[in-house]
Ligand binder design. Structure first.
Ligand code: IPD
Length: 287
């Protein structure tokens, strides 16, 4: 496909993504008012509700109708055993409800996240905040926006002036918790202005894109938590890399994001790693 043709094509895909994310977000907004049917997945703290499954079905069936040749990676389809492999084909990477635990508690940090990749390169990302209706969007080479207004990361380089965000993944064994709290202690005693955990990786990453916080890191998130947000942060002028300091590997379940290289490199140097099974490992293997 010629560049201008693919540009037009992906723009059309993004228009559909915005429409579907808003529609799905409104379903989540309504579902939050009702009793939830909650089950667990990989660990007792890895929650799923009927709404996660219904919203994923709504998103994927709508997109598949319009783009039958595309591939789909969705959080709940993967949990149900579908392969989570990124190919060169146009691929949608979907988290129907990011912040499921927040959703269960009506804690107002819940999002629908839709990322899109072609030839394994992220092309655009759409994230809809289900409680306040904020829409974050970005397409490669075209800037990042919050409700249509251009956004920019923080240009702060000085760690002692940084607000840092993180999330804990699903593992809660003592060794993981020790490393997790050790990493937080190191960053608090740097000292930094503070460390925050809001319960939604995608919305935390959006806060890096708007410049509300300087850096984010996490072990244990999934490709559907990073895909859309990575485009939004990069288009807002930020950096999204692996916790080792190398390029982001969408399937590796770890990330450092920041407004500046200096901030990202500092975080990379502080972190003690927590290991998680890759997203593209065999289905059936506990992740
Ligand atoms: C999770 C949330 C959580 C983060 C996990 C994510 P989910 O997504 O973003 O804050 O710690 O790593 O997987 O399960 O609510 O879609």
């Amino acid at each position: 496909m010629a560049t201008s043709e693919s540009d037009k094509c992906w723009r059309e895909c993004m228009d559909v993504a915005v429409e579907v994310a808003c529609r799905a977000g409104k379903v989540v907004q309504e579902a939050v008012k009702h009793e939830k049917s909650v089950s667990t997945k990989s660990t007792p703290t890895d929650l799923v509700t009927e709404a996660d499954q219904q919203v994923e079905e709504l998103i994927i069936s709508t997109l598949r109708d319009k783009f039958p040749s595309h591939r789909f990676i969705g959080e709940e389809s993967s949990a149900a055993g579908e392969k989570c492999i990124l190919t060169d084909n146009p691929s949608w990477i979907i988290d129907p409800i990011d912040g499921t635990c927040n959703f269960v508690h009506s804690f107002p940090m819940v999002a629908v996240s839709i990322g899109f990749a072609v030839k394994k390169e992220l092309e655009f990302g759409v994230i809809y905040h289900c409680f306040d209706g904020t829409l974050y969007t970005a397409r490669k080479g075209h800037g990042a926006f919050c409700n249509g207004v251009r956004i920019q990361v923080s240009k702060e380089k000085d760690v002692s002036k940084a607000l840092i965000l993180t999330e804990i993944g699903a593992k809660r064994d003592p060794a993981t918790l020790n490393i997790f709290s050790g990493n937080i202690m190191k960053l608090l005693s740097a000292p930094t202005h503070g460390v925050r955990i809001i319960g939604s990786s995608t919305l935390a990453l959006c806060l890096i894109a708007t410049g509300a916080a300087e850096a984010y890191y996490q072990y244990g998130l999934h490709c559907w938590d990073i895909a859309a947000a990575a485009v939004i942060i990069r288009e807002a002028g930020g950096i999204v890399i692996d916790t080792s300091g190398g390029p982001l590997d969408l399937m590796s379940r770890r990330v450092v994001a920041a407004g500046t290289h200096e901030m990202a490199n500092y975080i990379v140097q502080q972190l003690q790693p927590i290991s998680y099974e890759r997203d593209d490992s065999d289905p059936g293997v506990q992740k």
